[in-house]
Write a protein that binds this ligand. Structure first.
Ligand code: XMP
Length: 510
């Protein structure tokens, strides 16, 4: 294992990811984590991340100096490099010239860190402070015209530091540098793979759970599905999954989930489907404001889940499908500034009797969760599902929600998804769906006047779902979809395409 110590940088997830791409397992911990805890994990290497502070100011994040004397290799990146120099007797101050962006760096190819790296290589810099003087015992192994100390090493103590960010793709040979650190310096074997993750998780879960009872809320989404299958492989029918069908799922989705996880499905677990449609529609009656709808759906979801859990009685463990970006986004685990509070249906039920939470996917990224899912034999269409909000179609219907409107948006959405897939666009467009606007307008069908609803089609491309662009869908695909929707879906007489990006819109249409 390599441990990444988080000092509040924006690219920390990337560091962990790059290390795992070397097939070396990696976990991120806050800089507030106790040294004893880090020692107990016996890491093969430690990486200090960047961060927004200045090391020479009081109250800036720091770490116990003993960490440099453990004989465990440490790589400091950006703030991490400055911290290492500052603590070990070098000098860090405000840089006369601030470096930002792609900068050509000259490296010392004889260093283990720069093996197979070009002598002049483009690296990503982003710093206001710089290392004016390396700490005693350190050799300068890289520089730029404006940054005399762009990287240093102390071979004997296995300490390395770079002012630039090897983890971002703009650093052309950054992957090589991180691979050099984990292999040449830390001596990692590089044998960690998704199948070892799956195997080790199953083993660890078995040990932890023993013959205890486990309860899981299954939504049919990627994360909860992978978590559920992992648990069922580990403890079989000691696991009960409760699937709440709130009547706001996509067309046929409830039955699809049941087909995979239910009694006729592929897994050994107790599956309980709760058909709670009526309850949700009743609670949502006349409610128009999207946040209000979200709250009602979230709360009702927990109530239904609790009622089912009560029937089961006390359980020992509750499974959550939390993945790493959830941890960071909600600001729970990460040191970086909270960007978006995660909005998921669920949260923790108050009235379920359990002792401990299990979050088997807490350290994985979405694409890694998908890989684990494939490793576990979960069908492709579940593993590669597009994101779907917890409150479901409840927020893709503008204005009040009724059973009829749910059906309209379900049918229109199914047609849109089908046409996108037929056109072979389903892999390149990251999210696409239909929403029901609350607008009615006049149309003509046969010789009859109609006064019906308008459907909005949405399709976006995005890498991180924080920003997005409206996808340029070929006109004929939109045309075919439009004519199918107005013909096949009752009470829809108009279809519009949403051309707005995020910002200023959001991805959802709520
Ligand atoms: P917005 O609409 O905020 O959405 O641009 C960004 C991404 O998050 C998804 N989303 C949700 N996911 N629970 C979720 O798990 C939610 O309540 C929720 N709301 C939005 C949205 O589909 C998009 O992928």
């Amino acid at each position: 294992t390599v441990i990444v110590l988080d000092f509040g940088g924006q690219y920390n997830q990337l560091i962990a990811r790059r290390v795992r791409e070397c097939n070396v397992y990696c976990e991120i911990y806050s800089y507030k984590t106790d040294l004893e805890k880090i020692k107990a994990m016996e890491p093969k290497g430690i990486i200090f991340t960047g961060g927004p502070n200045s090391v020479y100011l009081e109250d800036s994040p720091s770490y116990a100096k003993e960490i440099y004397d453990l004989g465990i290799p440490v790589l400091g990146i950006c703030y991490g490099s400055q911290l290492m120099m500052h603590q070990l007797g070098g000098k860090v101050c405000k840089a006369p010239v601030r470096e930002y962006g792609k900068i050509e760096v000259t490296v010392d190819q004889s260093s283990a860190l720069f093996e197979n790296v070009s002598e002049k290589t483009i690296c990503w810099m982003s710093h206001n402070d710089y290392i004016e003087q390396a700490a005693p015992g350190f050799k300068i192994i890289a520089h730029t015209p404006d940054c005399p100390v762009a990287a240093v090493e102390n071979v004997e103590k296995k300490l390395y530091a770079t002012q630039f960010h090897p983890e971002v793709l703009h650093t052309k040979e950054g992957k090589q540098m991180l691979a050099n650190f984990v292999f040449n310096v830390c001596g990692c074997a590089g044998s960690w793979k998704m199948d070892s993750f799956v195997e080790e998780s199953i083993k660890a879960i078995r040990e932890k759970v023993g013959d205890g009872k486990v309860l899981c809320a299954l939504s049919g989404g990627v994360d909860s599905s992978v978590a559920a299958v992992l648990l069922s492989k580990a403890v079989g029918d000691q696991l009960t999954c409760v699937f709440v069908d709130h009547g706001l799922l996509r067309k046929n989705e409830g039955d699809e989930v049941e087909a995979v996880f239910g009694p006729d499905g592929n897994y050994n677990l107790n599956f309980i489907r709760v058909n709670a449609q009526e309850r949700f529609y009743e609670k949502l009656k006349g409610v128009e404001e999207p946040e209000a709808k979200r709250k009602i759906i979230g709360e009702e979801f927990i109530r239904v889940f609790e009622e089912e859990a009560k029937k089961i009685g006390a359980v020992d463990f509750l499974v959550q499908g939390t993945i790493y970006p959830d941890v960071v986004e909600s600001g729970v685990g990460g040191e970086s500034t909270v960007i978006k509070s995660h909005h998921n249906v669920g949260g923790l039920p108050e009235h379920v009797d359990f002792k401990e939470i299990i979050e088997p996917l807490r350290d994985l990224f979405k694409d890694e969760v998908r890989k684990a899912g494939l490793e576990l034999g979960i069908p492709d269409y579940l593993v590669f599902r597009q994101p779907f909000p917890g409150p479901g179609l409840g927020i893709r219907i503008i204005g009040d929600v009724t059973a009829e409107k749910v059906q309209m948006v379900q049918d229109a959405d199914a047609i849109w998804r089908e046409e996108i897939a037929k056109a072979g666009l389903d892999k390149e467009v990251n999210q696409y769906f239909a929403a029901l606007t609350n607008m009615r307008s006049v149309g003509v069908m046969g010789d009859e006047r109609t006064y019906d609803y308008a459907i909005a089609l949405r399709a976006v491309t995005t890498t991180d779902f924080m920003t997005a662009e409206s996808a340029e869908i070929p006109w004929d695909v939109i045309g075919r979809t439009t004519s199918r929707i107005v013909n096949e879906v009752k009470h829809v007489n108009r279809v519009m395409y949403d051309c707005t990006g995020k910002p200023p819109a959001t991805i959802e249409f709520e």
